[in-house]
Design a protein around this ligand. Structure first.
Ligand SMILES: [Ca+2]
Ligand SMILES: [Ca+2]
Length: 106
């Protein structure tokens, strides 16, 4: 089977990015963690602005933190992985993520 896009690779990249931002590895991105990551990318002022925007757009359940599902959905939306296979892969990944989190949570 030949796939032109590789959703697996996309999700791996997204997961890697999430883990990099999640410095205390508790499975959620707090505003502080996002600010650290984004100010490195965009500088102090622009970074904070991007974080505000991200929290507003991505924090679906309004708990003030970005969990992996929210992060993945937003990343997928941004990358426009709109084909059926991509969405399917994403949902599969979400299942795995829940397992991952349960395993990780102590
Ligand atoms: Ca965290
Ligand atoms: Ca949230």
């Amino acid at each position: 089977m030949i796939n032109q896009i590789s959703p697996d690779e996309e999700i791996k990249e997204i997961t890697k990015l999430f883990n990099e931002i999640d410095v205390d590895h508790n499975g959620v991105l707090t505003k502080d963690e996002l600010i650290v990551a984004y100010t490195q990318l965009y500088g102090e002022e622009e970074g904070r602005r991007v974080v505000e925007e991200t929290m507003y757009n991505v924090d679906c359940n309004n708990d003030g933190m970005i969990d992996y599902n929210e992060f993945l959905i937003s990343a997928i939306n941004k990358k426009n992985i709109v084909n059926e296979q991509g969405i399917l892969k994403a949902f599969k990944a979400l299942d795995l993520v829940d397992l991952f989190r349960i395993t990780k949570g102590k």
